[in-house]
Design a protein around this ligand. Structure first.
Ligand SMILES: [Zn+2]
Length: 95
């Protein structure tokens, strides 16, 4: 997966994806509508997998994610960017 494809996902894409999939816009911790989507800001946030016995270690060693932050209580929520990219490709090819 090329970096250019990852960085092409905008916060608007993430929001459209989450709304279409039925994700809530409320923070699950404090219940406020204060979520901010961190995506498309240049560097792509990623989870890093540290090799360990019997643990998960994908080929790349990282999993790009869209991070959703509650601006009220600071709760972090993450969604795999791969799922959003697949959805965006399918949506773009329909339109
Ligand atoms: Zn919150």
């Amino acid at each position: 997966m090329a970096y250019e494809k990852i960085s092409s996902v905008t916060p608007q894409d993430v929001k459209a994806f989450l709304l279409e999939r039925g994700a809530t816009e409320e923070c699950r911790c404090c219940g406020r509508h204060a979520l901010k989507i961190m995506a498309g800001d240049g560097a792509t946030p990623s989870l890093v997998f540290v090799p360990n016995e019997g643990g998960m270690n994908p080929d790349s060693g990282t999993l790009p994610v869209a991070v959703v932050v509650c601006q009220n209580c600071g709760t972090l929520r993450m969604h795999a960017l791969g799922a959003i990219i697949d959805w965006k490709r399918a949506t773009d090819s329909q339109g």
